[in-house]
Write a protein that binds this ligand. Structure first.
Ligand SMILES: Nc1nc2c(ncn2[C@@H]2O[C@H](COP(=O)(O)OP(=O)(O)OP(=O)(O)O)[C@@H](O)[C@H]2O)c(=O)[nH]1
Ligand SMILES: [Mg+2]
Length: 428
């Protein structure tokens, strides 16, 4: 990990909440993750503050006493930035800004910042900008002077109501433009995906830093970016992987997930995540050496739900076993998560068992079918060419008997399409 010198980095305070529901230890783990996020964004956390509260304070989130205390810390310790682990309402930010005289940012803001600095492709940059503007819009208030500077507006007092209205309009126009642009990109992507319909598509998913890109690199030999930092990958890469003779699948690697990923971000990354949503099989990659790996699994499963990608045949890939001092816990995991494999993508350990599991699932997922269609039914014949791999055709009277290989998903689509006309001529 490339660290900047401490003097060049912004000095930050990280604030976490401990409520009845979140135990102290869990609160500390959450805050450790926030420290890592702050580090990724280029700040160094010099102080961690916990607020024990059972109810969140609607005016200041942490309560006015605590806010004053943080305000004093900021002055005494020359702090540039206060980061909250939870999302703040625009009102809370405004109230906090009265007593804490430095930049205040919440978890979503921080994640958006990291995504913005990481985005390299046109698609990722458009998606991040859209999410950022949607996050910004309700937060545009008198206190907020950034846009007014950028747009050459009022200087010291913050923008007037009129200026804010102009800014809001500008943002809304930009949001519509970005949405149109994304619509266009997503149509291009759809055409690309259609061209790959006949191969089995496997998508890797997982918490950020679990080792997805390392695994893609190992399996496909592709030169993809691997880094020990959060959100190294922000795009989707698809590569062909050969599992055995005449058995090639398409494997995709995509953006990692994290606890409390801002909803705007998930929504605007839909075109990047479409490969995941449409995959036939998922590889859920888990960093099993991480203390909170089970919570990570739950977060990833929840995010899959939001993407409508839950319930697909899934292999749990427990990665980084080389980092485990004690591997006895793996036995229990293989009972709880099935099918599961235990690998090290970095050291290349147990990769053959992963390939074997994939072959098994892939064989389950597709089957060879034969159906008889009227020769005049061009629509169905065309559809069949589109969603299945045609193996052979025989003509008989007015009918054509087609043998094809099809995934379970496309077979279901076909059955729906044909309805009563669906007659299986034979099947193996
Ligand atoms: N010890 C060990 N380290 C690993 C293993 N696999 C990956 N890593 C390291 O974990 C870090 C993250 O790996 P990546 O492959 O970039 O993780 P990712 O899941 O693609 O992460 P994002 O793109 O940020 O979501 C890198 O420093 C890798 O070298 C492993 O099996 N063992
Ligand atoms: Mg990656």
């Amino acid at each position: 990990m490339k660290l900047l010198m401490t003097e060049e980095r912004e000095r930050a305070i990280a604030i976490g909440l401990i409520t009845d529901r979140t135990r102290r230890q869990q609160g500390e783990e959450y805050l450790d993750e926030l420290v890592l996020l702050a580090d990724t964004a280029g700040a160094v956390v010099v102080r961690k503050v916990f607020q024990e509260r059972n109810r969140i304070n609607s005016a200041t989130f942490i309560g006015s006493g605590k806010a004053l205390e943080v305000g004093r810390l900021v002055e005494d310790e020359k702090i540039d930035l206060v980061v909250f682990d939870d999302d703040l309402s625009p009102v809370q930010v405004r109230n906090l800004e009265k007593v804490i005289k430095c930049k205040i940012i919440d978890r979503s803001g921080l994640i958006l910042d990291i995504f913005a600095s990481r985005a390299k492709t046109k698609e990722a940059m458009t998606q991040v900008e859209l999410a950022q503007l949607q996050y910004l819009l309700p937060r545009l208030t008198r206190q907020w002077t950034h846009l007014s500077k950028q747009y050459g507006g009022v200087g010291t007092k913050g923008p007037g109501e009129q200026q804010i209205e102009t800014d809001r309009r500008a943002i809304r126009t930009r949001i519509s433009r970005l949405k149109e642009k994304l619509e266009h990109i997503s149509r291009e992507r759809e055409v690309q995906r259609k061209g790959r319909k006949e191969m089995i598509r496997v998508a890797m998913v997982g918490y950020t830093n679990a080792g997805k890109s390392t695994l893609l690199r190992l399996l496909s030999g592709a030169d993809v970016l691997v880094e020990d930092r959060l959100f190294a990958t922000l795009d989707t890469t698809v590569r062909a992987v050969t599992l055995g003779p005449a058995k090639t699948i398409l494997l995709s690697d995509t953006v990692g997930f994290i606890r409390k990923l801002p909803p705007h971000l998930i929504a605007s990354f839909r075109s990047t995540l479409a490969e995941t949503a449409e995959a036939d099989i998922l590889l859920h990659v888990v960093d099993v050496s991480h203390l909170s790996f089970e919570e990570h699994i739950a977060v990833v499963n929840d995010t899959l739900h939001e993407l409508n990608a839950q319930g697909k045949p899934t292999i749990y890939v427990f990665n980084k076993i080389d980092k485990l001092a004690d591997r006895s816990l793996l036995h229990g995991l293989s009972k709880e998560y099935s099918p599961a494999v235990f690998i090290s993508a970095e050291r290349g350990l147990n990769i053959s068992s992963l390939k074997q599991e994939l072959l098994t699932l892939a064989a389950h997922d597709s089957s060879e079918q034969t159906i008889s269609i009227k020769q005049s039914d061009y629509g169905t014949i065309a559809k069949l060419h589109e969603i299945a791999e045609i193996i052979g055709k025989e003509y008989e009277n007015n009918s054509v008997i087609v043998r094809f290989r099809v995934s379970q998903k496309n077979m279901d689509r076909l059955k729906k399409l044909l309805g009563k006309r669906f007659t299986v001529a034979g099947q193996d």
